[in-house]
Design a protein around this ligand. Sequence first.
Ligand code: NAP
Length: 436
Amino acid sequence: MRHVAVIGSGPAGYYTAEACQKKFGDAVRVDIIDRLPTPFGLVRSGVAPDHQSLKAVSRRYEKVALADNARFIGNVTVGGQVSIEELLGLYDAVVLATGAPNDRPLGIPGADLPGVIGSAAFVGWYNGHPDFAALDPPLDGKAAVVIGNGNVALDVARILAKTRAEFEGSDIVGRALGALEGSSIETIYILGRRGPHQIAMTPKELGELGHLERASPRVDRADLPPEGDDALLEPGQRKSVMLLREFAAIPVWAAGEKPVTIDFDFFAMPVAIEGDGKVERVIVERTALDERQRASGTGERYAIDCGLVVSCIGYTTPPIEGVPYEPERGRFANDDGRVMPGLYAVGWARRGPTGTIGTNRPDGEAIVRLIAEDVGEGAGKAGRAGLDTLLAERGADVVTFRDWQNIEKAEEARARDGSPREKFTAIEEMIAARGY
Ligand code: NAP
């Protein structure tokens, strides 16, 4: 029997557990440990609430969790109630699938002013993550600045721009929906330090900005490279750039019919954030690209007045004591997933914050191939029985997958009309609902 512990119940964790089940069948026991009482990581608290179809993948993870050879152990913190060292003593393989939940720091003067928020916090707020449910972002200014040219920047801009009716069918938490409804933001600036050809936005997500009820995208034609240069792009990127060209062609009168503008500001690098006790403006420097497409400042600066800044510039994995770490890349030090004997990393904790949910599937399969090579038939370790004894001794209040299914039913029962669920945003509320 092989005993495997997976730390983190997001996509990387579940695909690893699923790959274990496929590879070892009944000769494996997998424990999926999460610090929250709720499973699914980014699928629950990262994927945008108005992208429900992407969340359907959780049904697949449910099958994994309900099989006899896997368990979900929620509300248990590794590094708190149990250490990595202890897990390495109990399991043949311990897999770090902890994702990258921390914001990469902006690192410019004024980045710590109130009203400057990282995307992990902002996205966590509207998705009801218990760490950020009480965020209360300032939405009373006339403008917001979103920093970054990736899909997270698009999510944030779209959520800021939508009307209540456009959230129909989503599971945005009620508190965030109410706050957004009262927002006075009229301009959302999306700052890219490079140009249209360097965006990291996918066509489906970018295209959504062209169909919003009260917001219109704006792109300055002068920022677009000659159309012939698009031929050099790979097809997906070419499609995205075509959309930017369509946005640039929207006549001023048509855009003016909508009260909110989403303004793409390219070649625009934020260099400072200023304000008296809270954010009041972002100082931006124009950039030019060198032959390797890297941005550098031209010295030309201007200010954008705003009451909110959301930086969407990527994430890092928090270090865990005793686990080798690469601070400059913000992830665990690993050799294709091997961290040290018995310890592995998978998903964003292994490769950094890139790729879609599906990218984690081959990642999980690859790590299980390594585990198969390294652990053979298993070393007769204590596995789940050993963990249960340890957690009982420490008075841990474990939330099982069956408990989670009750929490889920309770969330569905209290949903507002047209919404699949109203999430609990406090850990105590979640735990209380397991008896539902
Ligand atoms: P991302 O795709 O890596 O984009 C990060 C952006 O931040 C880039 O445009 C980058 O510009 C910019 N940036 C980095 N440091 C900066 C700085 N100091 N100042 C200004 N700009 C800076 O990351 P993400 O948007 O967080 O997305 C993470 C992953 O999740 C991606 O793979 C994404 O596709 C995926 N995702 C997918 C969906 C979806 O499929 N619906 C939704 C959300 C996220 P440079 O290029 O110049 O470095």
